[in-house]
Design a protein around this ligand. Structure first.
Ligand code: WT7
Length: 652
């Protein structure tokens, strides 16, 4: 692939002078340390950063690779790391600044956070009988109680699994069943664009019939009417005040699970990615410090939702572990207008702002000049995450939002990596638009040739891999060891040993900078959210008229990728019915998965391009969706004429 040479932006001297990692020399020193003495590197940071109840006696154990253990013998509690240990110095410091959709505001100090979380933990323990190891589903809007719920679970050693509020009852039910959750924590609903929306009815539906869930905790947010199931549903507001604000933290082993988070794979149902206590919280804190370089009096804002890994690591766990002030926002960035985020930056004097390219594109499109109308001089670091950022979006973010003086950190990582793995360091790394730049110190991320297992050279592309286990890496897929091994360690080997493969393609440019080129598998990235084509296909197949379906991603101006479905109906003469059918099918998708999986394009075709052995040739379908010429040989297809027929259907 030939790329035009990208301009290099040097770090701002003002920030560079005080950054935690000040220049590339310091970066190299840390990297070399990790290369030369991997265990010593991690041992040193784990000792320095974590407040241990009992120190660990072994840094890592990879004898049972890919089932790796870190910091064995160590005991800690993640809620202590995030709250208790700060009370000495930061009792009255804001831990969370909350802004609601309608502009309501709340500041929660570390002392108040302690009280809320301890009460919440006592309530879960006594009224919901939650104990260590139990799974608790959190299906919540973006309100402070979502963070209290997470930290309360951590305090008790219960394993939380947050389900994004946009997922449907079916999707929620699947996750509840897979995790065999005992309790659901939810809210009546919340607000979006000044209107109430509901969550509790979705929970009711997900729990219909047999369910492992015994009790539901309902937090009141919008006060709309909901139904209460007697004996099962309990109101938070009626219970919480009764409980003491002191709850002894459970003593947890380093490798005790902290949470599960379901994410899409290329096949089958979403997988429950498991993260454990010590390694995860260590890396959450270290990357917060290095990549965002948050200072004691800074205010940091990440616009993600706690339903995604970004919300876990970079709204709740990372910022609180380092004792920072983290902003939580319930609303949407374009309401009441595309100046909302900039107004908030001005008002709270935000220093680090972290969002997804999709949001940047939308804010750019809807409010090109909006940043100009606010005082954004507090900003120092601007982050992006979730998908490749295109040059126009990058340029606008850099110039209009950052006034050409902020570092842009294009952070590359995944649900499975726990935290960033490839990212610039603000103040140190000279940045290039669209480049995640270099692996963070301690992370042996490299682009390998899948055939030879060798690192590819500058100017070449290959598979984005991590060659050694790191503390925050995924520990397993809940209940499925085999799938864990196959999903991540089945594709690439280096020197004969399997290595972690991310599923992404990447390339080094002429200077060795890493650019992520996108997934190599059947996962698509819609607005920075991962979606498995197999999941969408399974939903579409539930329509009784559908005979066959294939789903691919198609470049989309705002969303990065849109969902494009090729559908074969059982009855050939669906002509004229397309609009109605498309509506029916999208209604099913909404019910099975949620609005985030709705198809942008559906085309009804008479057949799909298949090899003689029956495999669908997705590459051809992707090319057609993009409007590209078909370059591969179609003569090996079982029926080469389907390609022309698909083109005809598209042009009809
Ligand atoms: C997938 C992971 C990481 C938290 C949010 C998404 C893509 C992520 C970047 C980036 C290009 C990126 C990859 C990855 N991705 N960050 N900076 N540049 N692509 O987490 O849902 O687990 O998705 O998002 O394709 O595999 P996720």
């Amino acid at each position: 692939m030939s790329e035009t040479k990208k301009p290099v932006y040097q770090p701002n001297r003002e920030f560079a002078a005080t950054a935690r990692i000040k220049n590339m020399c310091e970066y190299e020193t840390l990297r070399e340390w990790a290369c030369e003495d991997y265990e010593g590197f991690w041992e040193s940071f784990a000792k320095e950063k974590i407040t241990w109840m009992t120190p660990f006696n072994k840094v890592m154990d990879e004898r049972n690779f890919p089932f790796v253990k870190w910091f064995e013998g160590g005991k800690l509690n993640v809620s202590v790391q995030c709250i208790d240990r700060h009370l000495d110095k930061r009792k009255n410091k804001a831990a969370i600044i909350f802004e609601g959709d309608r502009g309501d505001k709340q500041t929660i100090t570390y002392m108040e956070l302690y009280n809320h979380v301890n009460r919440f933990a006592n309530m879960l323990k006594h009224d919901f009988e939650v104990t260590k190891g139990d799974r608790v589903i959190i299906y919540m809007p973006m309100i402070p109680e979502a963070a209290y719920a997470m930290l309360a679970c951590a305090r008790l050693g219960a394993i939380h699994s947050i389900v994004f509020g946009g997922f449907s009852a079916e999707a929620l039910r699947d996750r509840i069943d897979d995790a065999q959750a005992k309790v659901v924590i939810t809210a009546d609903g919340a607000y979006r664009k000044n209107k109430p929306y509901m969550l509790k009815p979705v929970v009711d539906k997900a729990l219909e019939g047999a369910s492992p869930v015994e009790k539901v905790c309902v937090i009141e947010r919008n006060g709309e009417e909901i139904t209460w199931v007697k004996g099962r549903d309990l109101a938070y507001s009626e219970l919480i005040e009764k409980h003491s604000a002191v709850c002894e933290p459970e003593v947890m082993e380093s490798e005790d699970p902290l949470f599960l988070l379901y994410t899409s794979g290329s096949t089958g149902k979403p997988k429950g990615v498991q993260h454990n206590s010590a390694g995860y919280i260590l890396w959450a804190q270290m990357t917060m410090e290095w990549v965002f370089d948050v200072k004691e009096n800074d205010t940091y804002w990440c616009t993600a939702d706690v339903g995604w890994i970004t919300g876990h690591t970079y709204i709740v766990y990372g910022p609180l572990a380092m004792g920072a002030t983290t902003v939580m926002f319930e609303g949407v960035p374009t309401y009441p207008d595309a100046g909302r985020p900039w107004k908030m930056v001005q008002e709270y004097r935000i220093n680090q702002f972290y969002t997804a390219p999709t949001a940047i594109r939308v804010l750019h499109k809807m409010g090109e000049d909006a940043p100009n109308q606010y005082d954004l001089s507090s900003l120092k670091v601007l982050g992006t995450v979730g998908e490749p950022i295109d040059p126009p979006a990058w340029q606008w973010y850099y110039e209009a939002v950052g006034n050409s003086r902020c570092a842009i950190v294009d952070t590359y990582w995944q649900t499975e990596t726990g935290g960033h793995i490839v990212s610039p360091l603000p103040g140190a790394t000279p940045i290039k638009p669209g480049c995640a730049t270099f692996p963070l110190p301690g992370i042996m991320a490299e682009i390998l040739d899948p055939n030879t297992g060798k690192k590819v050279g500058n100017g070449e592309s290959g598979y984005m891999c991590v060659s050694r286990p790191w503390p925050a890496m995924i520990r397993g897929i809940w209940g499925d060891e085999e799938r864990f091994k196959q999903s991540y360690f089945g594709d690439v080997t280096k020197e004969g040993k399997p290595v972690y493969f991310t599923g992404d393609g990447a390339m080094y440019d002429e200077d060795g900078y890493i650019t992520i080129t996108g997934r190599t598998d059947d996962v698509i990235n819609v607005s920075g959210h991962r979606m498995g084509t197999a999941e969408v296909e399974a939903a579409i197949n539930k329509h009784e008229g559908v005979a066959e379906v294939a789903v691919v991603g198609k470049p989309h101006d705002l969303k990065g990728e849109g969902i494009f479905a090729y559908i074969v109906m059982k009855e050939a003469d669906s002509i004229g019915e397309e609009v109605a059918l498309a509506q029916e099918i999208n209604a099913i998708i909404k019910q099975e998965i949620g609005n985030i999986a709705l198809c942008d394009d559906m085309v009804f075709v008479s057949g799909l391009p298949k090899t003689r052995s029956g495999k669908i040739m997705r590459r051809i379908l992707r090319a057609i969706a993009k409007g590209e010429a078909i370059t591969q040989d179609t003569s090996t297809l079982e029926d080469p004429s389907v390609v022309d027929k698909i083109h005809a259907a598209l042009n009809a």
